[in-house]
Design a protein around this ligand. Structure first.
Ligand SMILES: [Zn+2]
Length: 424
């Protein structure tokens, strides 16, 4: 089993490398990085004009399996990941049953093992049943293969429980991922509270509910001297809080999703339920602040918060539609839009898609001899139109249908095996 990827531009931020070279892979391992590859007996990928990067990781996806396989299942989710250039994903625990027990974690890993090869790392529930009352058996969940804990979809309202989750979690190296939301302020909310919620006559979700909970969780991280990861940052106020704590040396990392960088609350005006997400699309001022944070490193990583819902569930009145959109298969071109607009360098783009490894304590994110051959090959300029009917995902709830985009995944390689490729 030999694979050679040649003529591509290697962009390898962890090694501060950007150069035209070839990569030789044998039995799933990178064995050589050279200008003169030995191609004998090898499958050859000609990556001329392409970027060759360490395999991307999405640390925030919902694969709905077990329990809601009509929206997505682990196999379809892994296919969507591969099509998006992701070689690893971290799945959130709001399945049915909830991923708060070792059997469910093991089931997920078993399903993933019979998938396309993309690596799945389960995030377990922080509280039993995501109820925010009692701790889940974090040690046992770690043993079963979970990599972090979160009640994602819900905040932990009880601050004493939050403290215990972080303390107990840290003794097993299980980082807490914060879904930062004040549910009292968000009650009944459909979209961002602001000018457009008034214009559209909808109940708003104010940014202060997100920012205040980020502040609380960062304060707990500071107090305990333990790490915390902030999920889906959407607002300027949130970025300001993260800046404050990062400056003090608190171990806080943060992610945002492509839609917060591309769309604003104005988009809700068409009452397309595929613009209904939580946190909601914010104002233009927020969007620009989040772009700045992605640029300057206050936000460490891009995660999609891929949240599939069946068409029937979304084809209802806005107020009755569930929150969430899919994102795996459109993430790269959306972030490349910021590259084309001059906000991000190509190195930063790759960094944003690979920073998740260190955030989650996983190996990966670097191309070097001896490393597993997880590689994403993409073109920055290929133009195409997003078509919701062409996704590998079982669901089609994207706000980007019909968008003309620039940049596409050419091939996704996991452990030396091509798990996705696209004809240009
Ligand atoms: Zn969340």
């Amino acid at each position: 089993m030999k694979l050679v990827i040649k003529n591509g531009m290697l962009v390898n931020p962890a090694k501060k490398e950007k150069k035209k070279t070839a990569i030789v892979i044998e039995n799933g391992i990178i064995t050589d990085i050279t200008d003169k590859p030995d191609e004998s007996g090898a499958q050859v990928i000609n990556a001329d004009g392409m970027i060759v990067a360490p395999g991307f990781i999405d640390i925030h996806v919902h694969f709905r399996d077990p329990g809601y396989e009509h929206k997505e299942d682990i196999h379809s989710g892994l296919k969507a990941a591969a099509a998006g250039g992701f070689t690893s994903v971290c799945t959130m625990p709001n399945t049915n049953p909830v991923a708060d027990n070792i059997e469910t974690i093991r089931y997920m890993l078993e399903r993933a093992a019979s998938g396309n090869g993309v690596k799945l790392y389960p995030v377990a529930a922080a509280s039993k049943g995501l109820k925010g009352e009692g701790l889940s058996p974090i040690g046992e969940l770690k043993e079963g293969g979970a990599v972090a804990v979160s009640d994602d979809g819900k905040p932990i309202k009880n601050t004493d429980l939050l403290k215990r989750v972080m303390e107990y979690g840290s003794s097993f190296d299980m980082k807490y991922i914060s879904h930062s939301e004040d549910t009292y302020l968000a009650e009944g909310g459909q979209m961002n509270e602001g000018f457009y919620s008034t214009v559209y006559g909808m109940t708003g979700i104010p940014v202060v509910g997100e920012a205040s909970q980020i502040a609380r969780d960062c304060m707990m991280a500071e107090y305990l001297d333990l790490p915390v990861h902030i999920a889906h940052v959407s607002a300027e106020m949130s970025v300001d809080i993260i800046k404050h704590f990062k400056k003090k040396g608190v171990k806080v990392t943060a992610e945002t999703a492509p839609h917060y960088l591309i769309l604003t609350d104005q988009a809700v005006g068409g009452f397309d339920t595929n613009t209904k997400i939580n946190p909601p699309l914010r104002s233009e001022k927020d969007r620009l602040a989040v772009i700045e944070a992605v640029k300057n490193g206050l936000i460490d990583a891009i995660a999609t918060d891929h949240a599939p819902h069946h068409q029937r569930e979304k084809e209802v009145e806005f107020n009755n539609a569930p929150f969430g959109i899919i994102g795996l298969e459109t993430a790269l071109p959306m972030i490349l839009k910021l590259y084309h607009e001059g906000h991000l360098t190509i190195e930063r783009v790759v960094e944003l898609f690979t920073a998740g490894y260190s955030i989650m304590g996983l190996t990966g994110g670097v191309i070097e001899k001896g490393a597993p051959a997880d590689i994403t090959i993409f073109d920055t300029d290929y133009q195409w139109t997003v078509d919701k009917n062409m996704f590998q995902s079982k669901s089609s709830n994207t706000p980007f249908h019909g968008f003309h985009v620039k940049g596409a995944v050419f091939a996704t390689v996991v452990d030396g095996k091509v798990v996705y490729s696209r004809e240009f």
